[in-house]
Design a protein around this ligand. Structure first.
Ligand code: HEC
Ligand code: HEC
Length: 286
C-alpha cells in the first residue's frame, strides 16, 4: 500500500500500470501449462517440431529423471557448473546459447513437464531410459565380484554362484539356470525387478532376510549384460591367475622334457659285455 500511494503521489502511473499488468498477467496464466510453455519456453524449444535455440523437448520426460529436469530448468547454468555429467554434455552441445534461469515456480515447472509429457506420449519416440545406460566397466567388475562371492553383499546373502553358472566364471552351481544370456530376454529393468523382489522360491528364501542394495543390483545387472553382449572388460577374469596356470603347465612340460632328454642322453650306449670285453683287452696288454 505504501508503495502504491508512493507511486500515485509521484505520478509514476506508467510504472503502476506495468506492475498491475505483470501481476494480473501471472495470475491469469499460472494455472495453464500450455501458455506457460508458450510464454517462457516456446521461444527456444518446440515439442516435436525439431531443434530451435534449444533441443526439441518431445519425450524429454522419458529421457531424463524429473528431479534432473527441475534442477536444469530452475537454473541450468549452476546445474551445469555443478558438474552433472548429462547437464555438462547438453551444455556443450549447445555451446553458444545459454538457457536463462526459470522465472516460474516449481509447481509451474512440473505442470509444464506434464504438458510436455502429454505431447510425448503420442509420439513414436516414446521410450523409457535404459536402466543400464550409464553402467561402466567398474560396475561390471563389482557385479562379477558379487556374483562370484569375491565380495560380500552388504546385507549378507549367498553369492549367486552358489546356484547359478555364467560361462567363463568357473565352478558355478548347477541348481538353477545358467545366466550368461539371461540379459537378452530380461534386459536391465527385468533383472532389477527380479533382484529387488526375487520371485523364484529358492531365491526368495536365499534373500528374504538379505535384501540387496540398489547399487548391488545395478552392478549385478551390469555384469549380466556384459556377459550376454560379449562386452566383458578385458581385465575381468583376472588374467594373472590364468598366466600363472599357463606358467605352471609350461614349466611342468619343460621339466618332463628335460627328464626324458636326460634319460635318453645317459642311456646305455653299448652292451654290458662290451665293458667286460674292454677290461679284458686292458689286462691282456699287461
Ligand atoms: C533463451 C532460450 C531458452 C528458453 C527461454 C528456454 N530454454 Fe531450455 N534450453 C535452451 C538451450 C540453449 C538449451 C541447451 C542447453 C544449454 O545450453 O543450456 C536448453 C535445454 C533445456 C533442457 C534440457 C534438454 C535436454 O536434452 O536435456 C530442458 C529440459 C529445457 N531446456 C527446458 C526448458 C523449459 C521447460 C523452458 C521454459 C520454462 C525453457 N527450457 C526455456 C534454451 C532455452
Ligand atoms: C539358492 C539358490 C539361488 C541363489 C543363491 C540365486 N538364485 Fe537366481 N534363481 C534360482 C532359481 C531356482 C531360479 C529359477 C530359474 C531356474 O533355475 O530355472 C533363479 C532364477 C534367476 C534368474 C532368472 C533367469 C531366467 O532367465 O529366467 C536370474 C536373472 C537370477 N536368478 C539371478 C540371480 C542372481 C543375480 C543371484 C545373486 C544375487 C541369484 N540369482 C542367486 C536360484 C538361486
Amino acid at each position: 500500500m505504501v508503495l502504491l500511494k508512493f507511486l500515485i503521489k509521484r505520478n509514476y502511473n506508467y510504472l503502476l500500470l506495468g506492475l498491475i499488468i505483470v501481476t494480473f498477467h501471472q495470475n491469469a496464466f499460472c494455472q495453464d501449462a500450455e501458455s506457460i510453455f508458450k510464454k517462457s519456453c516456446a521461444s527456444c524449444h518446440s515439442i516435436g517440431g525439431g531443434k530451435l535455440i534449444g533441443p526439441d523437448l518431445q519425450g524429454i520426460t522419458y529421457k531424463r529423471e524429473s528431479d534432473w529436469l527441475v534442477k536444469f530448468i530452475k537454473n541450468s547454468q549452476s546445474f551445469i557448473s555443478s558438474g552433472d555429467v548429462d547437464a555438462v554434455a547438453i551444455g556443450k552441445e549447445y555451446n553458444n546459447s545459454i538457457m536463462p534461469p526459470a522465472t516460474i515456480s516449481d509447481v509451474e515447472i512440473n505442470s509444464v513437464l506434464a504438458f510436455i509429457e502429454s505431447k510425448g506420449a503420442a509420439g513414436p519416440k516414446k521410450k523409457k531410459v535404459d536402466y543400464l545406460l550409464k553402467a561402466t566397466d567398474e560396475n561390471v567388475i563389482k557385479g562379477y565380484r558379487l556374483f562370484t562371492g569375491k565380495d560380500q553383499f552388504i546385507n549378507g546373502g549367498s553369492a549367486c554362484i552358489a546356484c547359478h553358472n555364467v560361462t567363463n566364471v568357473g565352478n558355478g552351481g548347477w541348481l538353477a539356470k545358467d545366466l550368461t544370456m539371461s540379459y537378452n530376454t530380461m534386459k536391465g529393468e527385468g533383472i532389477k525387478a527380479l533382484l529387488s523382489s526375487p520371485a523364484f522360491p529358492a531365491m526368495t528364501n536365499a534373500y528374504s532376510n538379505n535384501i540387496m542394495e540398489e547399487t548391488e543390483i545395478y552392478n549385478l545387472a551390469a555384469y549380466l549384460r556384459s556377459t550376454a553382449t560379449f562386452k566383458v572388460p578385458s581385465n575381468l577374469y583376472e588374467p594373472k591367475s590364468y598366466s600363472k596356470f599357463y606358467f605352471l603347465g609350461f614349466s611342468g612340460f619343460l621339466f618332463l622334457a628335460i627328464l626324458f632328454f636326460a634319460g635318453w642322453f645317459f642311456r646305455k650306449k653299448q652292451s654290458v659285455n662290451h665293458e667286460i670285453f674292454k677290461r679284458q683287452l686292458r689286462t691282456e696288454k699287461k
